[in-house]
Structure formats: structure tokens, C-alpha cells
Design a protein around this ligand. Structure first.
Ligand SMILES: [Zn+2]
Ligand SMILES: [Zn+2]
Length: 163
């Protein structure tokens, strides 16, 4: 495999692995000992920022450390594509979760079916503080008929403007 392709393959793998890692961190850290920060994301936001934004700041700094290590230490060069994959996941999460689902900072066009479905599944998490903890692949709501039905009900309620 050429260096370019192996870089892309490792970055893609890191991107994919980030979803289960995000699930675990959201479920067992943010909804565990990190709830002091994460609770702000489950309340109505006052102002532009919320205490929960400290999480992406921490994750961003960790990713920068991974990238620097990958660049500075030849034996750890694999961390460069890993860091690229993590960065791409972070950008996807920012766009889908913060900008699209929560309509923060900018008004993105609505009505994209895949993103609407992800946003509806995420609203189920916000209402229950339970499953689905995942975001780009919110397994529970796709897998369980009951959860999917809940997501549809939530979407219908939001369309009716009662959110
Ligand atoms: Zn959210
Ligand atoms: Zn949560």
C-alpha cells in the first residue's frame, strides 16, 4: 500500500473507532463523574457557551498532543494519521451535533433525512438522559423498534413546534 493510502486507511480506522470511544466516554464519563460539566448540556443554554464545552476543549488539546507526538517522534509516526482521523471525527461531531442538531452558532439548512434522523435520535437522549449515547451511529434507536418509534414521535412533536 502506498504511504498516502495507508495514511488514509489508518485515519479512516481511527475515525470509525472514535464512535464507540465517544459512546463510552459519553455514557461512563460524561454521564458519570463528568456530569458536573455535562449537566449544562442537558439544560437550556444561557448564552453562547456552556460548561460542557470544556469537554471538546480537553479532547482537542489531547488530539493536538497526539499529533505533536506523531510529528516529533519517528517511532510514533502512526499517531499522525490517527490524530487526523480523530480530528475529522471531531469536525463531523461539531457539525452534526452542535451546528445541525442543536443549531448553535450558525443556521444550517434543515431537512437532510440522515441528519434529521440523527438529530431525532439525539433528542431522545436529551429527554431520557439514557440511550442512545452514540451520535453518528446511535445504535439503540436504529436497532430497537421501540426506540425508533420514540424517535419518530419526538420528531413529530418537534415538527408540531412543541419542543
Ligand atoms: Zn446534545
Ligand atoms: Zn448526554
Amino acid at each position: 500500500m502506498s504511504p498516502g493510502w495507508s495514511f488514509a486507511a489508518i485515519a479512516l480506522l481511527a475515525f470509525a473507532v472514535m464512535e464507540p470511544i465517544t459512546y463510552a466516554v459519553h455514557r461512563w464519563v460524561m454521564h458519570g463523574p463528568g456530569m458536573a460539566w455535562h449537566a449544562s448540556h442537558h439544560r437550556a443554554r444561557r448564552g453562547r457557551f456552556e460548561r460542557n464545552d470544556l469537554f471538546p476543549v480537553c479532547f482537542g488539546l489531547l488530539t493536538v498532543a497526539v499529533l505533536i507526538a506523531g510529528k516529533a517522534v519517528p517511532a510514533l509516526a502512526v499517531l499522525l494519521p490517527v490524530g487526523a482521523g480523530i480530528t475529522a471525527y471531531g469536525v463531523a461531531y461539531l457539525v452534526v451535533h452542535d451546528l445541525y442538531a442543536h443549531r448553535r452558532f450558525v443556521r444550517l439548512p434543515r431537512g437532510l433525512p440522515v441528519l434529521e434522523r440523527l438529530a431525532a435520535a439525539h433528542r431522545v437522549h436529551h429527554r431520557s438522559s439514557g440511550e442512545p449515547y452514540g451520535f453518528l451511529v446511535p445504535f439503540r434507536s436504529f436497532r430497537a423498534g421501540a426506540s425508533a418509534a420514540t424517535a419518530r414521535r419526538v420528531t413529530a412533536r418537534d415538527r408540531a413546534g412543541r419542543d
